[in-house]
Ligand binder design. Structure first.
Ligand code: NI
Length: 167
């Protein structure tokens, strides 16, 4: 595995619509492994292929809604699509490609995603709360959409400083 460079604001790759995977082999597996390592290294909860310069429909999300004592785990999504959503949540959102920036973004509270695994097998996975937010955020990346495009407003320096004070 290897760390990949995370592209940041202004890089044209972040605005591109990504192409689906039709082959499920070592190149994809390496990418997914590298993305998990890169995301963990950067303390993120999600990362999409275009953020590391690969214009393909793949992303990884950390499932953080786990019972006490259980480990958080990665969900690998290839060619994902949201097939159902309900509810609404409004909250702060950031992105590894926009370091230090946070905005208020409305997202569904619950989503169902259909995707393929690294071997091309179709599956469905549900997300609630932060996980639903991550699924939406990462799938947006595959369509060249970044959270700052959807944010109702960005948090000010003062609001960010106040949040950090709470942590
Ligand atoms: Ni992002």
């Amino acid at each position: 595995m290897a760390l990949r460079k995370i592209l940041t604001e202004g890089n044209p790759s972040l605005k591109k619509t990504c192409r689906p995977y039709t082959e499920f082999g070592p190149r994809l597996w390496q990418l997914l492994d590298d993305m998990k390592e890169t995301m963990t290294d950067a303390n993120g909860v999600g990362l999409a292929a275009p953020q590391v310069g690969i214009l393909r429909r793949a992303c990884v999300v950390l499932e953080t809604n786990v019972a006490e004592g259980e480990e958080e785990y990665f969900i690998e999504l290839v060619n994902p699509e949201i097939i159902a959503s309900d509810g609404e949540q409004e909250g702060g959102e950031g992105c590894l490609s926009f370091p230090g920036q946070y905005g208020i973004v409305k997202r569904p509270e619950h989503v169902v995603v259909r995707a393929m695994d690294r071997n091309g097998q179709s599956f469905e996975v549900e997300g609630h709360g932060l996980t639903a937010r991550c699924f939406c955020h990462e799938i947006d990346h595959l369509n060249g959409v970044v959270f700052v495009d959807k944010a109702e407003r960005m948090l000010s320096e003062e609001e960010l400083a106040a949040q950090e004070g709470e942590e």
